[in-house]
Design a protein around this ligand. Structure first.
Ligand code: COA
Length: 387
């Protein structure tokens, strides 16, 4: 029996900053952002979008295709949690009207959280094939105005349905994991923005990629040429590009060309959305599936990385007619519909979003009808509403 990804949903907020504008405002040569970092735009979440509302919106795009009574597990990976105690997934479960019998919780290990959820869901569905599992990654990457990490911000969510006989990607057995207790990126409880040693983080990421990729190939008796595409956690496109350069070094011309072209296809959405932490790897998967060159049974490798640090490599096989389970037009529209912000407006929205609104003040949203948003707190309880 095959188990894997049957549906993919994606949401990003309705506003963005153009990197050209940001470069001009910060007095930086634009090609540093556009080429050196590899980003052209980044989504911006205002006060009315958070990890919960974005996770609901991402899942809504496919929920009408799901047998809700069959869902046995709902997992949310996030490092933009809205409560120290209650799981973000409970708000999502309520909005999606999932049955009370569902097991639901939140996972945290920086950007690795969604992968952790997918691995748990894969093994759960293997044991309980009559059930499906929803796994959501949802995050707002905030480093702070005028910081080195500002250009690597973003906001959005990707949601997947894991089930038996999947329509998109069958997850193959096995994985290789590697962890170490280090301090490359973290966000203390009293800080709304992340602290990061970006250059060290890149070093560790590349080291973990090489370790997990080698270990995976050796355990599975595979070579690099067996992969049609390799996907990477993409906090910014240049980071993945550095890992892909390591992967294709010393490969034959055909393998190199294939992996490079499919890498480029996997970066098209992230380049415009920016960093969405837990969901970044899966936005890359969506971009590859909708823009790459793939055939049934092709093997896709996935490298997940969460600072702190945890790395994991695993793989999946492309299902026949996978395109029919995707909605490329809707995903492209999700990105294209965003409104461009001036840098002054972005800075004002950024500062406001760092604050929790005063209790019992209802927030409104300028989202399109049908989307969910955070409507403020009522007696300190978070309220979510559909526009
Ligand atoms: N044209 C083209 N490229 C240019 C350029 C120009 N005019 N100016 C600079 N560059 C290149 C640099 O050569 C460098 O490329 P390289 O990485 O291949 O060497 C790149 O742009 C970045 O320049 P750098 O000076 O290193 O930038 P920085 O000191 O501002 O830091 C980051 C960049 C990515 C380290 C920083 O934005 C950051 O810390 N981001 C957060 C990273 C993170 O979140 N890590 C944890 C998650 S996994």
């Amino acid at each position: 029996m095959q188990v894997g990804i049957d549906q993919i949903g994606f949401y990003t907020p309705n506003k963005y900053v153009d990197m050209l504008d940001l470069a001009h405002a910060r007095g930086v040569e634009p090609n540093k952002y556009l080429i050196g970092i590899g980003q052209s735009k980044m989504s911006v979440a205002d006060q009315s979008q958070d990890a919960v509302s974005m996770g609901i919106n991402a899942t809504l795009s496919y929920i009408n295709k799901v047998d809700l009574e069959q869902v046995g597990l709902l997992i949310m990976g996030t490092e933009s949690g809205v409560d120290q105690s209650k799981s973000a997934s409970l708000f999502v479960k309520s909005a999606l009207k999932l049955p009370p019998e569902v097991r639901t919780f939140e996972i945290k290990e920086a950007c690795f959280g969604m992968t952790a959820g997918i691995m748990v869901a894969r093994d759960y569905v293997r044991l309980h094939p009559e059930h499906s599992a929803i796994v959501i990654g949802s995050d707002i990457a905030r480093y702070g105005l005028k910081t080195g990490g500002e250009v690597t911000q973003g906001a959005g969510s990707v949601s997947v349905l894991i089930k038996a006989n999947p329509r998109i990607l069958a997850l193959t057995s096995g994985h290789s994991a590697y962890s170490a207790d280090i301090n490359d990126f973290w966000r203390p409880n009293n800080s709304a923005v992340a602290l990061v040693d970006g250059k060290y983080s890149t070093e560790v990421y590349l080291d973990f990629f090489q370790r997990t990729f080698q270990a995976y190939k050796s355990k599975q008796k595979m070579t690099t040429a067996d992969f049609t595409a390799i996907l990477y956690h993409l906090p910014f496109v240049k980071m993945g590009l550095k890992a892909n350069r390591l992967a294709v070094a010393e490969q034959d011309a055909k393998t190199k060309k294939r992996l490079e072209e499919n890498f480029t296809a996997s970066t098209l959405y992230s380049k415009q959305v920016g960093n969405i932490y837990t969901a970044s790897l899966y936005l890359g998967l969506l971009s590859l599936l909708e823009n790459g060159t793939l055939s049934a049974a092709d093997t896709i490798g996935l490298f997940s990385y969460g600072s702190g640090a945890m790395g994991e490599f695993y793989a999946g096989k492309v299902m026949a007619n996978y395109e029919q389970a995707l909605n490329k037009v809707a995903d492209e529209k999700m990105i294209a519909r965003r409104q461009q912000l001036t840098i002054a407006d972005y800075e004002q929205i950024f500062k406001q979003a760092l604050q929790l609104p005063a209790d019992n003040i209802e927030l409104s949203s300028d989202e399109a009808p049908g989307y969910w948003y955070f409507a403020g707190t009522k007696n300190h309880v978070r309220q979510y509403q559909r526009k």
